[in-house]
Structures are given as C-alpha cells and as structure tokens.
Design a protein around this ligand. Structure first.
Ligand SMILES: Cc1ncc(COP(=O)(O)O)c(C=O)c1O
Length: 447
C-alpha cells in the first residue's frame, strides 16, 4: 500500500451507492506494498467500508480490547444471553419436559448440524452437533477403523494437536494391538499412505503454525490407496474455505467455541459422508442414537442416518448458544469472510515484521495467505512473558509452548485497525522490554 490513495483503490461500489472494501484487493495490496508506509487512518477507512463491519456490533466487544484469540475462544454474541434466558426461563422453566417436542429440543443436533454443514461443504443430514470434539473424534475414529477390518494403521502428523493423538492412542490401547498410531512429518503424509493405513487423521489447519493441508489432494491419495480420511476442522470452520463433499472427505469433527462463537465448552460437531452412514456405527451406542429410543427395548438398533452418532441427552443450553454463533457466521458472505481473514492476518504479519525487526521474532506460519488458516504464530524466546505483557495492555492472543505467540483473526469482528494496534503494542513491549517482569513469567494453568 504505497500511497495515501490506496484505501480507495480497494473499494467497490455497493448496491446502496456506498463503497465496500474488496478484501481480496486489500489483501493483494497489503502483500505487495510496504507496511512502513501504512497509516492508521488508511486502515480505519478500510474498516469503515468493510461489508462485514456491522457484524462486529453483534458481539459484546469493547474498543478497549484488541481481541485476537477467536482461535481459542470466540467472543460472546450480544444475542446469546437473551436466547439462553429464553430457553432456560421459558422453555425449561415453564414448558419443562414438553420442550423436547414443543420446542424441538430433540431435533436440535440435526438442525444446528445442518447449519454448520453449510459452512463446511456438507449436505443436509451429514452433520450433527453432539458431545465434545474429543468424544466425537473417538467415535468417528473407531467407526472408520471398523470399516477397515484388514487395515491396522491410523496415520497422523507428528506434532499435530496432541489431544487428537491422545484419543488415537486411547483407541490403540483398547484394540489389543489391532490398531496402531503412526506419526510422520507433514511433508511425508501422502507418501506414507499405503495398504496398511485404515484412516488418515489430520487437523486441516495446524493449531500452532496455521499451515493448511490440501484436503482434496490428501483425500484423493488416501482413497487411491484404499484408506479413509478424518479431518479435524476446529481451526478451519468459519475461517478458511472448507468443502468436505467436493474433497470427497469421509469423516470430520470440529469445535463449536472457536470461530463459531458457541461459548466456553460449546458442544462439537461431527460429519459422516452420506455414503458411509448405513455401514458405520458409533462405539458409544447410546439411546439417543437408537432408531426408536422411546420403545425402550433391550437391544441396540442404530438410527438410520447421522443420528446414530448421537449418544446421550443433548446439552440444550450449549446448543442454543452455539446456534446463535452459527447463525451469525451464516450471515457473512463466505468469500468475503475468507478474503478478509487472509487480508487481516497478512496485514498483521507485514506490520509486525516492519515494526519489530531485530527484536527476536520469527514468523512460524506460512507466509502465503492461501497456505495459512486464520491465525498467525510468531516464535520468540520469551514468548510467554511477551504475550502476558500484551494481554496486560489489552491485546489478547495466546501462547503455545515452547515459544509461540498465537494471534487469531476472525473476519466477523476483527478490524484492520486491530492489526495496527496489536503490532504497535508488540513493538513497544519488545523495545522497552516491558515483558521482563516476574508477574509476566508466572505460568498460568491455561496459556
Ligand atoms: C484442533 C483441536 N481439536 C480438538 C480440540 C479439543 O476439543 P474439546 O476440548 O472441545 O474436546 C481442540 C481444542 O482446542 C483443538 O484445537
């Protein structure tokens, strides 16, 4: 962005006669230009003309904070407390047990699942909301392995999100040696898919680096070798383009509390491609996955579709909050959202590298926006203390051991100006060594 006229070059006419930022153009200009020449006023102009700008007002965020941690916990949508109040006080409080049918509590996992499906390229009846991501992962990993009785290997990436590897290890120890987890580096995944691999388990966007796997290519390679794929979309849904059916993906899971803004501990979701539903079974054959739970018969008969992957009673309050977040996400044009994510994270990289040169920072995420999810990680030897100092100044990201500072950019509520303020604050914290205080080095239970 080399001149002061640049912001207007990234704008196009709106149907209402105003101008709207073209985030693709903004991203290109940011990538090509010099971040040194950028002014805050230019960035604020981009924010004023952002077609998504009104969505920020749907969240309870104040200008006193620069919130860059939607990659961990999305902020509270303004409508959520009232919806929770309605469901708790009126539906639960007054209509009581009748609410399971009168307010369709019973259908909530499928209803919200179908909405999430629209964000991740799944068809109706292919996604349900249930349990936590970890539990869903266990269910689908077991189901995928059952579909492959002559194959023993779960293939995953060394250094992938540890939780997912732990869940696979749990399944391995239950399997009496029939299943084993094999880990290889990211660039070895495709070559390692052979005739022993039952399922390839990967997080689509890496939780630390934000590197994105090519879902279509890896799935195609897996299928060519007779293997299945299971994708963890926790850092993808709502932030990067995901098209499960275009990629012919087999299974997927994801979190509700990150970019989907469903609140702390929000239920997760799972996807099973239509073609696998009749032949797969959940290892947790609970009553709400039964074909006729209210027949109360002794023997388990799986429900005909995706419903067989439900287990116990649904967390209605959790699903209520999640639905508000998902509805908000569906209000944003998908292409605009993704282009804005890339432009924001690209701007942050450019600003940090121009402001903080020589301060011991190293980019730990792909530089190419297409190869990256919606967060950016910078390595620093004192990353934990630096992040604590940033948080004390109202710039909230998080830290992933041993040395990564992680900053998430959520297109629904983050602004170009947030990138500016975060980079300037980081510059000051580093230049003045403001991080070098005992209280910033005290490790908290959650980082
Ligand atoms: C990639 C990924 N998968 C799974 C999980 C675990 O989700 P949960 O704790 O809701 O089971 C997380 C949590 O941050 C995650 O980042």
């Amino acid at each position: 962005m080399p001149s002061r006229t640049r912001a207007s070059k990234t704008s196009v006419r709106n149907s209402d006669g105003g101008t709207a930022v073209d985030h693709v153009a903004a991203g290109d200009l940011i990538r090509r230009g010099s971040a040194d020449a950028l002014t805050l006023a230019e960035l604020e102009a981009l924010d004023r003309n952002d077609p998504l700008r009104t969505l920020r007002d749907a969240f309870m965020l104040t200008d006193a904070l620069v919130y860059l941690d939607g990659v961990s916990l999305g902020p509270l949508p303004g409508e959520t407390p009232a919806r929770l109040q309605e469901v708790a006080a009126r539906q639960w409080g007054q209509d009581l047990i009748r609410s399971w049918t009168v307010h369709d509590w019973i259908g909530a996992p499928q209803r919200v699942g179908d909405k999430i499906g629209r964000l991740i390229g799944a068809g109706p009846g292919e996604v349900v909301v249930s349990d936590s991501t970890s539990v869903n992962l266990f269910k689908l990993l077991a189901a995928a392995c059952q579909l492959q009785p002559r194959r023993s290997v779960i293939l995953s990436e060394r250094g992938d999100f540890p939780n997912d590897l732990y869940v696979a290890q749990g399944l391995q120890s239950l399997s009496d040696g029939r299943t084993r987890l094999r880990l290889v580096s990211a660039d070895q995944i495709e070559a390692a898919i052979d005739e022993h691999v039952a399922v390839v388990l990967l997080t689509h966007v890496h939780y630390k680096s934000a590197a994105v796997h090519d879902m279509a290519r890896i799935t195609s390679r897996a299928h060519a070798q007779g293997a299945l794929t299971l994708w963890d979309l926790s850092h993808s849904a709502g932030a990067v383009r995901v098209d499960l059916n275009a990629a012919q993906a087999d299974f997927a899971v994801g979190c509700g509390y990150k970019y989907l803004n469903g609140g702390p501990g929000a239920p997760g979701y799972l996807f099973v491609a239509q073609r696998h539903q009749a032949s797969t079974a959940s290892p947790i054959s609970g009553w709400l996955g039964h074909a006729r739970p209210f027949d109360f018969i002794d023997d388990y008969v799986p429900a005909p579709g995706i419903g067989r992957f439900l287990a116990g009673s649904h967390p209605i309050l959790g699903i209520t909050a999640l639905e508000v977040g998902v509805d908000l996400m569906l209000r944003a044009d998908a292409q605009c959202r993704i282009a804005k994510s890339r432009a924001l994270s690209g701007l942050f990289v450019a600003l940090v590298e121009s402001r903080c040169a020589g301060q011991g920072l190293e980019l730990a995420s792909p530089r190419e926006p297409e190869a990256r999810g919606s967060h950016v990680a910078f390595r620093h030897a004192q990353g934990y203390a630096v992040m604590q100092a940033l948080i004390a100044r109202g710039v909230i990201g998080d830290f992933r051991a041993p040395d990564l500072m992680r900053f998430g950019f959520a297109p629904l509520y983050n602004r170009y100006a947030d990138c500016w303020h975060a980079a300037e604050t980081l510059r000051d914290v580093l230049q003045t060594a403001a991080w070098d205080r005992p209280e910033f080095k005290q490790r908290l239970a959650v980082t």
